[in-house]
Write a protein that binds this ligand. Structure first.
Ligand SMILES: [Zn+2]
Length: 447
């Protein structure tokens, strides 16, 4: 029966191919290969549909447990269309209804992983992969070209977000266990140097996500929410000049729009998975943002803390421009002296120099006072010669590049406005993909 239908499909296809050749005298390979794929899909869909016709249960199996504690009874066979990797098929399966709580269920849907969805697991997996990679409409086009499947842009979006949310939910579960000190020990060789780098970057969001939130400019509403991104990587070597070399492919990422407290647990779990407990040297690098050092103190006590050198220099540049507006030569002369102190890690000399800086206006005096505070508070995190002597990184270039590749290129394209829920789902999916863990996630999901 199935064989007959498939044979009919192939037959029909061959007729089309030969007819085309007779008419034009030549072979249009692309047209043919696409037609063959389409016919194979149709034949496959016929076969698959046959496989997905579940019989009515035998008389003694017509009652199954309901979550309310009573028994749900078999009512009828119900069918629904499902889009699979070979096109649309029809699934027909038993429907059970609980007379007590009126909850209906399809046990076959659970078994097939098609509960409350019109897409098969194979198609959903493809939608997740294209959805994390590029704008959803681009994903729709890829599905059409690469898989021969017609989907709406909204369907790609919904599925990618649903899977991203599932990834995020499993991570939350793991974070909870990490906080209960309930994770299995990660065994392995000692790691010479393990880094944690953390940064934040704005993601454009829809209006309702910024209601009541202060923007960067006084009185202006914000149009973005800060996504926090963290990465973990290892280092075993340095180059001839003594500069640190990051281990190839050793970087993993975590990110979300969330509070520093929530993010702290996230980055702690990631560091833990990567072997924080067996790292011989532990380093946390960030810019001067206070929340980063709070996380470092809470979750990574004992780690070497380093403020990104380039952020620190930027603070001096900002001051130089305020001290000598429009006087570039003066700015540079001032920078030579002060940047040298910074690069040498002579923080006491630097803050002393800043204290003795003449300030003509109260506004400028205030700015200098703030910067003195910044350099004094972070002094131990700015002993750059000491860090360089240990061949450590002193810049947060890895996480800044991560902000661009993980978040910027996917979430900050023009015309994009996210909900926090949607952005977090896609970020979870994207980090999972970049960390090379999507396969593992999918297997765990099947189990
Ligand atoms: Zn019930």
């Amino acid at each position: 029966m199935i064989q007959q239908e498939i044979a009919r499909e192939v037959d029909r296809l061959l007729r089309v191919v030969f007819q085309g050749r007779r008419q034009t005298g030549c072979l249009d390979l692309e047209a043919i290969e696409m037609a063959v794929r389409s016919a194979m899909h149709q034949a496959g869909a016929i076969a698959l549909s046959q496989l997905l016709q579940f019989p009515a249960p035998a008389a003694e199996r017509r009652n199954i447990p309901c979550s309310c504690g009573h028994q749900a009874g078999f009512r009828e066979l119900r069918s629904k269309p499902v889009l699979t990797a070979v096109g649309e098929v029809t699934v027909s399966r038993p429907y059970y209804l609980c007379p007590r709580c009126h909850h209906g269920q399809f046990p076959a849907d659970v078994e097939l992983d098609i509960e409350n969805t019109e897409f098969s697991p194979g198609v959903r997996r493809m939608e997740a992969v294209v959805g994390q990679e590029a704008p959803f409409d681009h994903g729709r086009q890829q599905m059409k070209l690469l898989a021969g499947l017609d989907l709406t842009t909204k369907a790609v979006e919904r599925t990618a977000e649903a899977i991203g949310e599932d990834v995020a939910a499993r991570e939350r579960e793991e974070m909870h266990r990490a906080m209960q000190l309930d994770l299995p020990m990660v065994v392995g060789n000692p790691i010479p140097i393990l880094y944690v780098e953390v940064d934040g970057t704005g993601v454009p969001v829809v209006k309702k996500e910024t209601v009541g939130r202060q923007g960067k400019t006084e009185g202006q509403p914000s149009h973005t929410r800060e996504a926090k991104l963290g990465c973990v990587f290892t280092q075993t070597a340095w180059d001839r000049e003594g500069y640190a070399i990051r281990d190839l492919d050793s970087t993993t990422y975590v990110g979300a729009i969330e509070t520093a407290e929530e993010f702290g647990k996230r980055i702690y779990l990631e560091a833990w998975k990567r072997g924080w407990s067996r790292a011989e040297k532990k380093v946390v690098i960030g810019d001067g943002a206070e929340w980063i050092w709070n996380i470092a103190a809470q979750h990574f006590p004992g780690a070497i803390q380093i403020v990104d050198l380039f952020h620190a220099r930027q603070h001096l540049w900002d001051l130089a421009r305020k001290l000598y507006p429009n006087q570039e030569a003066e700015q540079r002369r001032w920078m030579m002296i002060h940047q040298n102190l910074l690069d040498q890690g002579k923080m006491e000399d630097l803050t002393a120099a800043l204290r003795s800086t003449d300030s003509s206006s109260p506004e400028l005096a205030e700015k200098i006072r703030i910067e003195i505070g910044y350099f004094a508070n972070n002094a131990e995190r700015m002993r750059y010669p000491k860090f360089r002597g240990q061949h450590l990184f002193v810049g947060s270039g890895v996480i800044e590049a991560g902000c661009k590749t993980i978040i910027g290129s996917r979430c900050k394209q023009s015309g994009m406005f996210w909900t926090v829920r949607g952005a977090n789902a896609i970020l979870a999916l994207r980090c999972c993909h970049f960390n090379d863990r999507f396969e593992t996630y999918w297997e765990a999901r099947r189990a």
